[in-house]
Design a protein around this ligand. Structure first.
Ligand code: NAX
Ligand code: ADP
Length: 289
């Protein structure tokens, strides 16, 4: 039956109540090292947007693995990022070993062999990692689902499809409005599923819960907005007590920051949204220093 399950709401009050404050003596190692993988020669902007949002949402350290041609652009826009050209990577496992969160997909392109090589390198490390698949990585996942079943053993597994990617993921078998079946899908795969839309829904497969976002606006209908969400989510994972609270808070933060811009602007430019994050997060923390 469609729409049978009741969703909880992700509200400003709830997000504010659980927003973490930074202790006085923290250092970058307390907030996670994120590895972002994506950005082929044509879509370097996608991984750049993700890296920008990841850093500006407070990740302790951010490393980007991308096509070599993207390195100068990323360095010049976000010197805080460490950047590795994927042509030069001889051992993906070594690169992944000291990273806590891996986000794969923005601008990756659809070429299967390098994706499978990355996934094979990840397999022995899977239980220590939080893994987020987005964009082209979701399309590739839908083609190699059986080989990638090991992903369910990850410390945290997050998929962030828009409706087009969702259709591919479920082989057109589950309507995005059929919450019961979407939750079943997330539960079977031990997955936190962010089904992006207006509004976005979050299916917490490991807890059997569904949340609906209460923010977002039509100014967000612009390329790069999902890449920005991926950066925010990856950036928050190392800053929250649990993966699920980071994802719920991140989905809210993304659209809340967009709503603040939409009050004045007709369209919400993704890099502008990212630039506003440190201040918006400070207000969500709500603690006077
Ligand atoms: N600056 C850049 O380099 C950018 C790169 N991008 C990258 O472009 C690649 C392809 O992503 P796309 O999403 O464009 O293409 P996809 O082919 O993955 O998805 C688009 C298809 O899904 C359908 N669809 C149905 N509902 C949809 C919805 N609510 N939102 C979006 N599509 C919906 C569309 O009609 C279309 O057929 C990704 O790697 C992405 O990261 C984009 O994010 C745009 C910006
Ligand atoms: N009309 C809208 N109302 C609310 N949120 C929207 C609207 N349009 C887009 N969004 C949000 O913007 C983001 C778009 O993501 P996506 O389609 O993956 O972008 P891209 O692939 O170009 O980076 C999602 O988080 C989605 O929820």
């Amino acid at each position: 039956m469609e729409g049978h399950l009741v969703s909880r709401k992700i509200t400003l009050q709830e997000v504010q109540a659980h927003w973490p404050s930074r202790e006085k003596d923290v250092y970058k190692g307390n907030f996670g090292h994120v590895l972002l993988i994506g950005g082929n020669e044509r879509m370097g902007g996608a991984i750049q947007l993700a890296a920008n949002a990841c850093i500006l949402s407070g990740a302790g350290l951010t490393t980007v693995a991308t096509a070599g041609s993207n390195l100068p652009a990323i360095h010049s826009v976000r010197p805080e990022a460490m950047v590795v050209a994927w042509e030069a990577i001889e051992d993906w496992r070594e690169l992944m070993a000291n990273k806590d969160t891996l986000a794969i997909g923005p601008g990756l392109g659809g070429e299967p062999s390098s994706f499978i090589a990355i996934m094979k390198a990840l397999q022995p490390l899977i239980q220590e990692k939080v893994v987020l698949l987005d964009a082209d990585a979701l399309t590739l996942y839908s083609q190699f689902e059986d080989e990638l079943a090991f992903l369910s053993e990850a410390k945290g597994l997050i998929f962030t499809p828009h409706v087009g990617e969702w259709r591919r993921l479920c082989q057109e078998k589950i309507a995005p409005t059929d919450k019961e079946k979407v939750l079943d899908y997330a539960q079977n795969k031990h997955l936190t599923l962010v089904l992006k839309g207006a509004p976005s829904q979050v299916f917490l497969g490991r807890q059997g819960l569904i949340y609906e976002n209460t923010r977002g606006n039509p100014g967000m209908a612009i390329g790069g907005m999902g890449d920005t969400l991926t950066g925010i989510l990856a950036g928050l994972v190392g800053q929250f007590q649990s993966v699920d609270s980071a994802i719920l808070s991140g989905v809210f933060l993304h659209s809340y920051a967009a709503d603040l811009i939409y009050q004045k602007d007709y369209v919400v430019i993704p890099s502008r949204l990212a630039a506003s994050l440190p201040e918006v997060m400070k207000n969500l923390e709500g603690k006077n220093v």
